[in-house]
Design a binder for this molecule. Sequence first.
Ligand code: DAH
Length: 363
Amino acid sequence: MSDLDQLKSDLVAAINAATSLDMLEEVRLHALGKKGVISAQLKTLGSLEPDQRKQVGQDVNTLKEDITQLIADRHTDLSAAAMKAKLSDEALDVSLPARPSLGDGRMHPLSRTIEEITAIFADMGFAIAEGPDIETDFYNFTALNIPPEHPARQEHDTFYLTPDETGTRPVLRTHTSPVQVRTMMKQDPPVRIIVPGRTYRSDHDATHSPMFHQCEGLVIGDGIHMGHLKGCLIDFCRSFFGVDDLPVRFRPSFFPFTEPSAEVDIGCSREGGGLKIGAGDDWLEILGSGMVHPKVLANCGYDPEKVQGFAFGMGVERLAMLKYGIPDLRTFYDTDLRWLKHYGFVPVDVPALHTGLHDGAAS
Ligand code: DAH
């Protein structure tokens, strides 16, 4: 075997023995690098006779091409193998069961109640609207016909934030009613919205929390009257509490942003210390409502001579406490897992809501 043949078979063996890209790179440098063995062969050509030089030169070049090709092929194979190993190393086993100690999640009763309320109104053709928690005095009070010095401002126990450069104090919204104003200022009638959201008042006991939730409703259009308000809210109450013949009463009341205003009560019994909804001859207040005040319509750029509407607002915590028998409002925010296991909902229940809770909801 000639020296070149020997060299070739050594290099081929080294290439085949390389089991990683790093090892192969070492072989490449050893064979083809500037100080490698093939370069060394080329350097010897100068000392050969001219006719020998030609032949040996060709042979060394052929060797160089062969080795270059073999290294390239081996490189392709090793890269593919490395990728395969990486993929199988990093593969995620999606069939791995969850750790049992984590337990199942539960849907918070407040989320569930908001889902229920909005689903019932969605079935009646209401769209969901939202607004910011930090409001201006204009949206929270003034546009709703609660001017400065109006006693309703004191009743709201407002949280004020630090005044800005112009001296105006932003407020944490005390109700979801400002979203009525925001919607009317943005959109021409007709309007049919339901507004779930967080609200804030400086108050804390078993039935009040400084942060709580409300759901606001607003319907504006041609010829909307008190009969629409009554029909809509009676349907809602019956659907929400799941009692077909639930007695519903509209009691005259006052809100600066509605005229006339009515508080809505549902029939209940308090006999024997327990509360039963739908039975007995007692009443339980559950929401506020009324025909939107002409001044509010005008403040929002609507012509009160042309359009009317009704609005209503309800406390989500109160509705959840009544429906699910939760005695203390503060427990909603205690993040106690034992409480959530008891009062929470298995999320699998939720899809059923999209078809409506109750036949009455769609009528
Ligand atoms: N914003 C009222 C409150 O927080 C609730 C309310 C009453 C909203 C009557 C309304 C309404 O839209 O018409 O007490």
